[in-house]
Design a binder for this molecule. Sequence first.
Ligand code: GLN
Length: 476
Amino acid sequence: MSAWKPITQLAADVQAGRTKAVDLVERSLAAIAEHEEYKAIIATLNETAKSRAKVIDEQVANGVKLGRLAGVPFIAKDNFLVFGAETTAASNILRGFTAPYQSTAIERLEAEGAICVAKANLDAFAHGSSTENSDFFTTLNPHDKTRVPGGSSGGSGAAVVLGLAPFALGSDTGGSIRLPASFTGCVGYKPTYGLVSRSGVVAMGSSLDTIGPLAMGVEDAALVLDVMAGKDPLDSTTIAKDPAGYVLPTQALDLTGVTIGVIQEYMTDALSPPIKSEVESAVAKLRAAGAKITQVSLPSLPLGLAVYYVLCPAEVSSNLSRYDGQRYGSFTADAQNLFDSYTRTRETGFGAEAKRRIMVGTYVLSSGYYDAYYKKAQTVRTKIINEFAAVFNKVDYLLGPTAPMTAFKIGENTTDPLQMYLADIMTVSANLAGVPAISIPCGLASGLPVGLQLIAPQHADRKLLQLAQKTEELLS
Ligand code: GLN
């Protein structure tokens, strides 16, 4: 569905004056208008995008050397602060909140000449797997309008696949970049924890949150990561970039001597047969291309989801306490007193899922239950981290499906939060362990996209992108 040229070519065309940045922005805005029915977008940034494009075209005319993303339009999930624009995180409580500063990720992309044209829909505060938790509307899957695009970055995934822009940004706390990539049929990259600054992105679970790109190909995702990655004084958890960067070499990875472990816990008989067979056929192609394939087990992986749904709500309950009707977004103008203002703002401002997470999170952190839930979950998290470390002594990469299902029907899981949480069963562990993971398209099951997940050790992002590029080539 998307017909954008690779990002490097778009930027080269703009720099050479063959393409006008203004035309790229117009094209993106026209595509957004044309595909409005999919409800991928919360707001467009028409005026600022056009005026930025004009400046870039003028600079080109004046012979100025621009950055690597010169004139390239992109879409940010609406939990990224874009200076001067409304940032809602798709929540009622943040309606009307204008960002007083800008996220580092956006800042770095703009410094290279990229232009943010729109803000994409998400599950409110990024809590969810389908965009159905958005306080505004549900995004439709580009392959089947009766199905969800995955979440929480569902607007970003749908936007990329519909060709609304060459790339989009997402955040991944438990799978929110990879799941929509899997459900919509694009590439979604979740970097090593700390590789991309979280500054200026609405916090969900601060020890789990990561920032990354969604794009139609690995090469584009790698370039965008390269621009955003690295230490940031505004986020003390950030880490340095790989000295070699993340832009992919022209020479594809040689798989001889590369060992890939297929995660047994994800490839059980319970996995839907068409998904299993697509993943198995990808494995066969990797083996035929020279990779050594082994079966590996991480015995605590099945506990990942339970651990995540204790720790994530705990962190969510803490992060959401700042929305008190005093500082950000909406407030109750006719409140009788401060307490009345707090309660009434939150009652209407938070949706059911945010409230559920505040209650679960507060409960597991409360004295008397802390040891039984929060501390226990932290202990198992450490066990999972250790199991990843141990398995990476034996294999270079891990492989499995991104999700146990393809895109489900809108409404299918909305009455059963536990069923909804199961969509994350194969993605959350990478966040718990802070390791990088990517979802790339891997065939279709009953006409719907299947995602292949590749995982590498912490800091091996470059290596992981190289494997993903090679795999993408083998699967095309
Ligand atoms: N679906 C998961 C959740 O609801 C992950 C969300 C995310 O990664 N932001 O917590």
